[in-house]
Design a protein around this ligand. Structure first.
Ligand code: ATP
Length: 368
């Protein structure tokens, strides 16, 4: 196993596209780090650079203390698992798993032991004689994992390995992969665009954002899933982590009655701001407040902060998502300058997540 350090990594393609800029972070020995972010944020490029499949324009890549920036892929002692599994269709499961070891001219009996051990661990023993075409998607995914495991690499690199599976299998494989990682203790860098996958699998999660020029950085925050949720570093992370996404409203923070009141810009909605020194510094100013959908609750009209008509409600069985519009400018989290977005005619669409216990009260009030 090894630690892995990305030190000021940058990649601009020959056509001038800045894919990655100023990315620095370290993965501890045995840690599972997930790279997550929207399409084009440089996840795959970073992973490919770690694998040695893509050159760097700036920065260094270290494994433990060794500089591997210019080391050939085959000399990096890293195993990669791809989205499409990249299995050889004409080979059996056994041959697929043994292939890389045979290339290294490892003795046959050693190969046999490694392949059978990995197959046992992945519950693939009874499929060893089958070809990939005779396997389910989940089994194929496990063969791809097996092929990586038999090499006993210093690190795993995984590029959306679950994205070709159906939703149910993906959830199942998610926990299997995580358990496997805990058992093997291999340093892992895992790419996904799915924030739920990132949050459930990563010891830490790195949130990336697309960049326009080499002066910015893709890396917005790297932290434990709980810290990303509770203490997002900026609007982008706050808006990206969490489903449904966090609501943003512009508020004027006003000192009132010994505390702070947040008055939603453009409306007569006001609520008590949380106590805290950090917020007091913003008294008298306009700020963006983030409200998680689960922070709302249904209450008696005289206690309500938001008195809303509910045009759309989605019952998901357990929870109900309730959507409503307030007459306040929407906040565009992707815009660095926080430009106001009046695309919905100055309306800001909010979403509330109402838990099962409160749903009957909600239903009673809905014009169904
Ligand atoms: P996705 O989730 O869609 O796979 P990603 O986060 O993995 O996206 P990358 O594939 O790393 O993103 O791409 C980052 C940026 O670099 C994108 O703007 C992409 O268009 C660009 N890019 C990738 N490969 C090349 C290339 N060979 N030449 C020019 N630009 C490229």
């Amino acid at each position: 196993m090894a630690s892995m350090t990305f030190d000021g990594i940058g990649k601009t393609f020959p056509d001038g596209t800045v894919a990655v800029a100023n990315v620095s972070f370290a993965i501890a020995d045995g840690e599972f780090v997930v790279l997550v972010g929207p399409s084009g944020c440089g996840k795959s490029t970073l992973l490919r650079m770690a694998a040695g499949l893509e050159t760097l324009n700036t920065g260094r890549l270290l494994m433990d203390d060794a500089d591997v920036t210019n080391t050939e892929p085959q000399d990096r002692d890293i195993a990669m698992v791809f989205q499409n599994y990249a299995l050889y269709p004409h080979m059996t499961v056994y041959e697929n798993m043994a292939f890389g070891l045979q290339q290294r001219r490892m003795p046959k009996d050693r190969i046999d032991r490694l392949v059978r051990d990995a197959a046992e661990m992945l519950d693939l023993t009874r499929y060893l004689a089958r070809k990939p075409g005779q396997l389910s998607g989940g089994q194929r995914q496990r063969v791809a994992m097996g092929r990586a495991i038999v090499r006993h690499p210093m690190a795993f690199l995984m590029d959306e390995p679950l994205s070709n599976l159906d939703a149910k299998l993906r959830v199942q494989m998610r926990s299997e992969l995580k358990l496997l990682n805990q058992r093997l203790g291999v340093t892992t860098l895992y790419v996904t665009h799915d924030q739920v996958e990132a949050m459930t699998m990563g010891d830490r999660v790195a949130v990336l954002k697309p960049v326009q020029d080499a002066g910015e950085s893709n890396l917005q925050q790297i932290d434990t899933p709980q810290m990303l949720y509770d203490r997002p570093a900026n609007l982008f992370v706050a808006g990206f982590i969490g489903s449904p996404a966090m609501n943003f409203v512009r508020v004027d923070l006003v000192e009132e009655g010994g505390g702070l009141t947040a008055k939603v810009v453009g409306t007569d909605i006001a609520f008590k701001a949380p106590q805290g020194e950090a917020l007091s510094a913003y008294a008298g100013r306009q700020v963006i407040a983030g409200i998680r959908p689960e922070m709302f609750s249904v209450c008696r009209p005289e206690e309500a902060v938001f008195h809303q008509e509910i045009p759309v409600a989605e019952a998901l069985g357990a929870d109900t998502f309730v959507f409503f519009d307030i007459p306040s400018p929407a906040v565009d989290v992707n815009d660095a300058e926080e430009r106001e977005d009046f695309s919905r005619k100055g309306m800001n669409r909010m979403v509330a997540r109402i838990p099962p216990a409160a749903t009957p009260r909600l239903n009673a009030r809905l014009p169904l």
